[in-house]
Design a protein around this ligand. Structure first.
Ligand SMILES: O=C(O)CCC(=O)C(=O)O
Length: 309
């Protein structure tokens, strides 16, 4: 017997889980993201914009501008050696939400148009980075171990979170391109820790300890301005920079403002919470600050309405 009408959704398995209905992605692009957990859009960001981000990064390195809240990171090995030119010692700047020039990247309409396909119309910029991968010193510390970004994030659901990562120059295996394990966004969050690398490992560069070696890796060769959007459970990392140049990319993680914070106590993310709070403590933040408070403070609305995050 049948009771009332049967909706097509209850007959067919849900076709799309990771993307929302939109008129931006072609069906082919949508299916590609659903199956693989990433999507490269060629030539999305103009040379002029990339030049502006590069100029601002250099100003930050020269300490001509000091945006509040920014985190400046160095490679473990370069940290130990002497360098006078400051752009050569900074491997990454994070949390540039207060820097008007760099934060423009997170608000570019050409980026948000794609982001909305994954997050929906209420969009928060949660995490910002400009990565300046230095020439490897021979200790292989310029590598970024394979990881899932969700390990760092105390908010869910994961399907409404997406990263945008833009190549600021030609990037291939020589200067350390992104490497992704297609389809791993369908797996769960794995335990992460510091890899046991002989040459040392950079602060917060956690990796997955037990990923399946046989998983096929895809090296994303990208041109200046190309942008990859990827799911926070997609296993990815980047290789050693074998050139003498500083490989640059700019990136923002977005989430739907409808996402909610979670308590990471008792989960595999407990360790990263402790580590982040320890760093915050060094900067004089009081003891009762939680991971959620830190994220809430940094998060910025870039489109629509600020709801939970
Ligand atoms: O740009 C890179 O080398 C990789 C960056 C990355 O995966 C990260 O910082 O989470």
């Amino acid at each position: 017997p049948t009771f009332g009408t049967v909706s097509p959704a209850s007959v067919h398995p849900r076709q799309f889980q990771y993307t929302l209905d939109n008129d931006v992605l072609t069906l082919e692009q949508r299916k590609f993201y659903e199956d693989n957990g990433f999507l490269v859009i060629k030539n999305l960001i103009s040379d002029a914009d990339i030049q502006r981000f590069r100029d601002e990064f250099e100003k930050i390195c020269r300490k001509e501008v000091k945006p509040p809240g920014i985190t400046i990171m160095r490679d473990v090995n370069i940290l130990k050696s002497e360098h006078t030119i400051s752009e050569k010692v900074i491997s990454k700047v994070q949390d540039f939400q207060e820097d008007e020039e760099l934060f423009r990247y997170c608000t570019l309409p050409e980026i948000l148009k794609y982001v909305e396909c994954f997050t929906g119309p209420n969009i928060m910029a949660m995490h910002t980075m400009l990565i300046n991968k230095p020439p490897d010193t021979g200790k292989k510390t310029s590598r970024h171990p394979l990881h899932q970004d969700l390990h760092y994030f105390p908010f869910r659901p994961s399907d409404r979170i997406v990263a945008a990562w833009t190549a600021m120059e030609h990037i291939d295996r020589n200067n350390g391109c992104l490497v992704v394990l297609p389809g791993t966004h369908k797996s769960s969050l794995k335990p992460h820790d510091y890899p046991q690398w002989e040459g040392g490992v950079n602060l917060m560069f956690h990796g997955i300890q037990d990923y399946e070696q046989e998983n096929n890796r895809v090296h994303l060769v990208m041109e200046k301005g190309d942008t990859v959007f990827f799911h926070p459970l997609l296993v990815h990392g980047s290789g050693r920079n074998r050139t003498q140049g500083f490989r640059k990319a700019i990136s923002c993680h977005y989430a739907s403002a409808n996402c909610h914070y979670i308590d990471v106590k008792g989960t595999t993310q407990e360790g990263i919470e402790k580590e982040v709070l320890k760093v915050a403590d060094k900067f004089g933040l009081t003891e009762d600050v939680s991971l959620k408070d830190i994220w809430k403070f940094r998060a910025r609305l870039v489109k629509g309405e600020r709801i939970n995050l």
